[in-house]
Design a protein around this ligand. Structure first.
Ligand SMILES: C[S@@+](CC[C@H](N)C(=O)[O-])C[C@H]1O[C@@H](n2cnc3c(N)ncnc32)[C@H](O)[C@@H]1O
Ligand code: SF4
Length: 390
């Protein structure tokens, strides 16, 4: 089997900007040209054809809100990508869809046009929480979108957020019940992160966001794990639960540090050991492409230290963790030699579990993943000082 190759397509426009969101997404204004941006994407795809030396194994249209585009426009971009890059026969093709921007007929058009999976941003079923989150939809539109998507797609993901301002355990339980009752094939549960530069960051600084305390957050996490396991979902990633056979192949490739091309404003790529990223402003991105360029903003080749930190941080997101033999194959020394002492300490603290040649986070470790990853990186030896064969 050839190595996976992901293709990410960034569509940065939204109906309006949510106050917690730090993604490269922008409220659509009269100055924006959806057509101009789509044309730039197609130009970028053609100009970067040579970066792909094999057919694409997964595609992800993310945002922003891809479904501010008519379904026909998304299908057209997809068919250009298919003709430029070639898709593997069982290629997974996901599109993010926001309640309030899709009708049942759109799902039919997307399915006919080659998309195989839909990811719906629901966030919460509680009207007060949706209001605080600045969402453009109510709970009814989430259920309607999931149900309509399920009529035509076997693979449907629902995103929910938790640890929200004003949220209590009983309300989170009700959200989980509604999600389970809808029965999507995949659920992504994201604990709210207060991101720098957002409206939420300002409100937080001013003490105007009433966030659940740490004990409540841990209880919410534990409740989700129990409830979803009982409903037949298997957690395979820090934020990801899937019915058997329904994991997101595109995301798995990220967590395994596989290669991917990213097209669109601000999109990142990782090919041939090089990370690169595009201009983040959609208008500057589109102009650069229209002017005959590539809209690339920068690139770097992670050194051995950065590569080892990244390798561990990404794989530890997966419930399966990583194989010690695979680390050795990738870096030429054992994980204990590269990170001396710290693995045993994190195991003793109950944050890591080690056995049968694998290392993974415990359930508690997954809740404290950022701390674990920082600790590992701080205790790594300098791998760049070793001879290349070490
Ligand atoms: C790339 S976003 C875009 C999805 C889509 N536009 C939407 O809003 O439904 C993907 C997901 O990230 C999550 N997300 C965004 N900002 C977040 C934050 N500050 N903390 C936690 N999760 C967040 C939301 O669940 C969202 O559905
Ligand atoms: S959360 Fe989604 S809809 Fe809201 S601004 Fe971010 S990308 Fe747009």
């Amino acid at each position: 089997m050839s190595r996976p190759l992901g293709l990410y397509v960034h569509l940065p426009f939204c109906v309006r900007k949510c106050p917690y969101c730090a993604f490269n997404s922008h409220a659509l204004t009269a100055e924006d040209s959806l057509e101009g941006y789509a044309a730039a994407l197609e130009l970028e795809a053609r100009r970067r054809r040579a970066e792909a030396d094999r057919p694409v194994t997964s595609v992800f249209f993310g945002g922003g809100t891809p479904t501010v585009y008519p379904a026909q426009a998304l299908v057209r971009i997809l068919s250009t990508l298919r003709s430029v890059y070639g898709f593997a026969p069982d290629c997974e093709v996901t599109v993010e869809a926001n309640p309030g921007t899709v009708a049942p007929a759109d799902f039919v058009r997307l399915r006919r046009g080659g998309f195989t999976r839909v990811s719906i941003g629901g966030q919460s079923f509680h009207p007060d929480r949706l209001r605080v989150l600045g969402r453009i939809h109510g709970p009814g539109e989430i259920a309607a979108a999931v149900t309509a998507a399920q009529e035509v797609f076997a693979q449907v993901n629902l995103d929910l957020m938790w640890a929200l301002p004003g949220q209590e355990l009983a309300e989170w339980q009700a959200d989980l019940e509604q999600a389970v009752a809808l029965g999507p094939s995949h659920l992504s549960l994201y604990g709210l992160e207060i991101e720098a530069g957002t409206r939420f960051a300002t409100l937080h600084r001013q003490g105007r966001l009433k966030l659940p305390d740490e004990a409540s957050v841990l209880a919410m996490g534990a409740l989700a794990r129990r409830r979803l396991a009982r409903a037949g979902y298997v957690q395979y990633e820090v934020s990801g639960w899937a019915r058997p056979g329904c994991r997101s192949r595109h995301n798995l490739n990220y967590w395994r540090r596989g290669e991917y091309l990213g097209l669109g404003a601000g999109a990142h790529s990782f090919v041939g050991g090089v990370r690169s990223w595009n201009l983040s402003s959609p208008s500057r991105y589109a102009r650069a492409l229209a002017d005959g360029g590539l809209a690339r903003q920068g690139w770097e080749r992670p050194d051995r230290n950065e590569a080892a930190d990244e390798w561990l941080a990404l794989r530890l997101r997966l419930v399966e963790g990583f194989s010690e033999a695979a680390f050795r194959r990738a870096f030429g020394l054992t994980v204990s030699e590269a990170f001396p002492g710290v693995l045993a300490e994190l195991c003793a603290l109950g944050l890591l579990v080690r056995g049968a040649g694998r290392v993974r986070l415990s359930a508690r470790g997954r809740m404290l993943m950022n701390r674990v990853v920082l600790e590992l990186s701080a205790r790594r030896i300098d791998l760049t000082a070793l001879p290349p064969s070490a």
